[in-house]
Ligand binder design. Structure first.
Ligand code: NAD
Length: 443
């Protein structure tokens, strides 16, 4: 099929590459000329495991192309995806300016029946607004062209995005148009060979499904952080509690890790946006408010532990930081817990020596050159001249370090384990002080 995708971010680029891999002809449109230029040269602007070879292979074979010009893009696709950002507005609700701008552009250019597919995460009712925006442009042009708007939320996880896209858990098609549903069923058929993963529903339910999924996942994290905060006050180890409850199949082991708070481009903004949606229809979503506020406090947790360790005297200290990305296997720094920690440390007069396997470039892009931040080439280089070590992102490379070496390199050997990666006893036996999240010994 001929497919057009607006937006070449984590969702648009991965979706475009995977659809091209399945034999479709895909054109990706982005307003960021620099990004498009790099993609045309075979450079991948984001770090996403497995993405580069698929993009390069399909670009070379002509299955996947990139442009900044929407007109040929829209002329190309029988199916046009909207996969642009929906950042939080000032009041926390989703800002639809990019989505609606693409919708108007589509209305300006379509010249035959087109299936417009919204993949961005958008509040309930957005499909109607997209439809109105396209219809408004068609009316201005004085033409009557048929089109359908489908809500098809995306569930890929950064760090596993290619795998998730090629082998989705489910494909939600939100539409009441049999014609559009038929087109999408055909497009997604190669992703459904093992068994049919398609769930067809109305647009509003599809839009809400995406928010409900992210809110549920964020709730699991905040719930475990709440238990961790209780555990440390009553002298229990939340890691043992986690294993104890995970063994119940109704609860399960997945996604119940306590830590230094969730970040990323989705959970914080989507929980907020759903709460604002609820408020807009006269319902106070108390649980969602609590999920947010627990997470907000949890992001200050490592700073508080470090501050307490130094008796409040952080100025002049140097903190080694392992992990900058909001989670492993990505270079995405949006709402990353590391940013909250670094900014609090800088405000208190401390310096940071940080290492991340992939996110140093992004950190430099955000913070630029500054005296109180050194971006290091390796984990151990970050320890050079540092007082203590804090771990913020659970990259595999940090899981079994040489504690004796860490002890010898740190001026005041202490580990602040923001992801509970280590056995506290093993760390202490190596001669380091250990601080974790909810491990009954941090207070
Ligand atoms: P992103 O910020 O990485 O990329 C968005 C891209 O859209 C940018 O390259 C930007 O230049 C481009 N863009 C903006 N306006 C445009 C226009 N008018 N025409 C063409 N391109 C335009 O965003 P993302 O992380 O890929 O997320 C996109 C959407 O998908 C969001 O709604 C997000 O909530 C949702 N989502 C994201 C993830 C994720 O893990 N990142 C997962 C599921 C859903």
């Amino acid at each position: 099929m001929k497919v057009t995708i607006f937006g070449t971010g984590y969702v648009g680029l991965v979706t475009g590459a995977c659809l091209a891999e399945m034999g479709n002809h895909v054109v990706c449109v982005d307003i960021d000329a620099g990004k498009v230029e790099r993609l045309k040269k075979g450079e991948i602007p984001i770090y996403e495991p497995g993405l580069e070879p698929i993009v390069k292979r399909n670009h070379a074979s002509g299955q996947l192309d990139f442009t900044t010009d929407p007109a040929p893009g829209i002329a190309h696709g029988q199916v046009v995806f909207i996969a642009v950002g929906t950042p939080p507005d000032e009041d926390g609700s989703a800002d639809l300016k990019y989505v609606l701008s693409v919708a108007r552009t589509i209305g300006e250019h379509i010249d035959r029946y087109t299936v417009v597919v919204n993949k961005s995460t958008v509040p309930v009712g957005t499909a109607d607004r997209v439809r109105d925006a396209i219809a408004g442009e068609l009316a201005k042009r004085g033409v009557a062209i048929e089109f359908d708007v489908v809500s098809n939320p995306e569930f890929l996880k950064e760090g596993d995005a290619v795998e998730d896209c090629l082998r989705p858990d489910r494909i939600i098609i939100g539409s009441s148009s049999e014609r559009a549903i038929g087109v999408l069923r055909k497009l997604y058929a190669p992703f459904n060979r093992n068994h049919d993963r398609t769930v067809v529903m109305d647009e509003r339910s599809a839009e809400l499904t995406k928010y409900a999924a992210n809110a549920m996942l964020a709730t699991k994290i905040s719930f475990m952080n709440e238990i961790a905060n209780i555990a440390e006050r009553v002298g229990a180890d939340v890691e043992l509690v986690r294993q104890g409850i995970g063994s119940d199949p109704r609860i399960g082991y997945a996604f119940i890790y306590p830590g230094a708070g969730y970040g990323g481009s989705c959970f914080p903004k989507d929980v907020q946006a759903l709460e604002r949606t609820a408020r807009g229809v006269g319902y106070s979503a108390r649980l969602l408010g609590a999920v947010e506020s627990v997470n907000h406090d949890q992001k200050t947790k490592l700073f508080e532990l470090i501050q307490r360790h130094f008796g409040g005297q952080i100025a002049g200290k140097t903190i080694a930081l392992w992990g900058l990305a909001f989670k492993p296997n990505t270079d995405d720094m949006r709402e990353a817990s590391s940013r909250h920690l670094m900014e609090a440390l800088w405000k208190a007069g401390a310096k940071v020596r940080a290492f991340d396997p992939e996110a140093s470039h992004e950190t430099h892009r955000i913070y630029g050159d500054r005296d109180d931040l050194v971006l290091c080439e390796s984990a151990y280089q970050a320890l050079d001249g540092a007082d203590v070590l804090a771990i913020v992102t659970e990259w595999k490379a940090f899981r079994s370090p040489d504690f004796a070496r860490i002890r010898d390199m740190l001026a005041e050997p202490a580990v602040f384990d923001g992801r509970n990666l280590y056995d506290p006893v093993a760390v202490e036996e190596a001669g380091l002080a250990y601080y974790g999240i909810g491990r009954g010994r941090s207070l």
